[in-house]
Design a protein around this ligand. Sequence first.
Ligand code: SR1
Ligand code: MG
Length: 396
Amino acid sequence: MIDKKKLKGKIITLVTDELNLFSRDEDILISEVGDGNVNYIFRVESSEKSVIVKFADVFIRGSATRRLSPSRNRIEYQILQLQFELSQGRTVKALAYDPKINCIVMEDLTSYRVVREAMREHEAYPHFSENMANFLYDTLFKTTDLVMASDEKKKLANDYVNVDMCEISERLVFTEPYLNQQKLNHYHVENEEYVKENLYGNKGLHIQVAELKNKFMSNSQSLIHGDLHAGSIFIDDYSIKVFDPEFAFFGPMGYDIGNVMASLLISFITASMTEASSHNYVAWVSQSVLDVFEKFIQCFTSRALDDTNDPVFKQSEFLNKYLMGILSDSVGYTGTEIIRRTVGVAKVWDIEKIYEQPNGAEIERRLLDIGINLIMNRKEIHSAEKLSEYFIIKEG
Ligand code: SR1
Ligand code: MG
């Protein structure tokens, strides 16, 4: 276990003597913030200013045996810088990185909230989908072979080989929900038969998940964030700031798009099946699933031809086919993300909350039905209108 007192001392030395962000004469307060699954986050503040420091231990948070390479912190620092450039500032600004103590120093966005916390209070943000679609297009399409120079992309793909973090996603997203090898899956007891039949024993689904897992592991299409859920995005009234890309690597861009849509969709289903939910919020969050998809399509169709550099790829017909592939993948990974959050070991707040509800088991089945249908039908879903058929129940 880490010695937090010693670590805090090292962080103070870093932000004062080494980085000159604070003076030793100031009263400096350092406190732990956040409760992530993997790392330790601290706020360092004086009466004048504050910064956030993220420490990556050689073990996963809370474990004394489960090793995790701290190079995830170097990858995160470099990717924050690259994505900040690519996305016109739609990420948190990384200020410094110290490999000696595995710490990243970042700006402290005191006027922003984490999207998941805002969603918990049923806050609606009309600008979210426009900002998110642009972030996705800018960070994903611009790191493909269609835009980036071949040698630059290969160098980056090599720099961002992220073995330990990819292993976590491969296991938790694509293996455990369907095979339960570690016996850590968790869901309502009433759904035992449903899960056995529809997840563990569903051979047709297993083939489709195998395709998605294989693509996740072998298609180095774009530099992806790798864990783009509502807990990895800050928001204020005008803009978003993405953070926490420690799972990043070169993988299929639909994975990021699907993670965003799944995060919204889980919230939509849980909120819409909960009596006291705000009507305004439910309408916003369901529309946002569709808008992220639709606005990404708009970004792509209006910009991809111009942005493509390689003359072989610079053809409308090819780009249209390429887009269809991204959309199917995005829908498929929306499905895998919904399923893994619902039955898997790494739950999110919305899912934990359903255990307190009388209709929790029903909500769980609805989420799993949607996830399965999205995976199975992903190759037919290329528009927001078609996508809506899979989760919006039309009245009348
Ligand atoms: C052991 S890490 C569990 C999960 O938390 C992270 O945020 C990722 O989503 C990961 O799958
Ligand atoms: Mg995280």
